[in-house]
Design a protein around this ligand. Sequence first.
Ligand code: UFG
Length: 339
Amino acid sequence: MRVLLTGGAGYIGAHTAVALVEAGHDVLVVDDLSNSSAEAVARVERITGATIPLLSADARDADALTAFVREHAPVDAVIHLAGLKAVGESVAEPLRYYDVNIGSSIAVLKVMAAEGIRTIVFSSSATVYGEPESLPLSEESPTGIDLANPYGKTKRMIEEILKDAAAADPHLRAVSLRYFNPVGAHDSGLIGEDPTGVPNNLMPYVARVAVGALERVGVFGDDYDTPDGTGQRDYIHVVDLAAGHVAALEHAREGYEVYNLGTGTPVSVLELIAAFERAAGKEIPREILPRRAGDIAASYCDPSKAQRELGWRATRTIDDACRDSWNWQSNNPRGYATA
Ligand code: UFG
């Protein structure tokens, strides 16, 4: 298939581009490069040997998308990853989040309808489950529009938009992938997570402490109702996650489907830090801080639907993710800026 990958220069996008090429697909990337780097696409080309056309444009720009799609016709499918993703920022700038995330999704769907493209895979998030009523989370677990932040609400709303679009067009194949916590990097060490500024998420924060760019990791609460008192998450290796996109694309059927992409195994903050210490062969300084507002104690999934219907499951462990994250971080201490 020829696949338009929006947000293809980002962390998940670059790994998905590699997986697509390795599975025999052609990839075109559109990315506004606001929180990503053209260098990531160049490195995907280096890893795969493929040429990947890159359009530097906002995914809300339907005219630019249309021209790009026509230039590379026929495009068979879209994997729509473009969007803003910082939870705290979304609370401060809700309108920007609704505009960018929902506006780009609608533009993509309009261009698809006009150009006869009938398959879309969308990057949703485990955040749509909000505070879990019970664990593990299955696709049938309750979700709500009443979520803690605008970022999560945009993901939930876009899922509804896709569901309605698929109900109205019997030929549309639409899939939402609810990611748990993506971590790790490609084993080449050429692509990885390169957040702007001080990372919000645990793994990139730990990686920067390990490389000496930050002093110590703050552990946000050790009084949760979990085995060691720290928060538990379902950390999924980004290369497994990327393979999940290819499986979703190849198995998509007419209608709308949702899949959890996770490992099913909870890992605590302290367990992740310990795994990183083993990978890097050094101690990671940490201090216990108060809980972070809006955090939940534990989140992990039942990934069996994806295994049953897509033939996909995560095969990499937290130790694999820490090894690959450390390899990326130590080879690229300033991320793509070292290029
Ligand atoms: N944590 C720390 N210290 C840090 C950062 C995080 O202790 O410096 C802890 C958190 O309290 C939490 C765990 O590490 O227990 C994971 O936190 P992350 O920020 O890495 O990830 P979250 O689970 O909070 O959020 C992630 C994505 C969101 C998404 C959410 C959905 O970043 O985009 O999962 O589950 F919405």
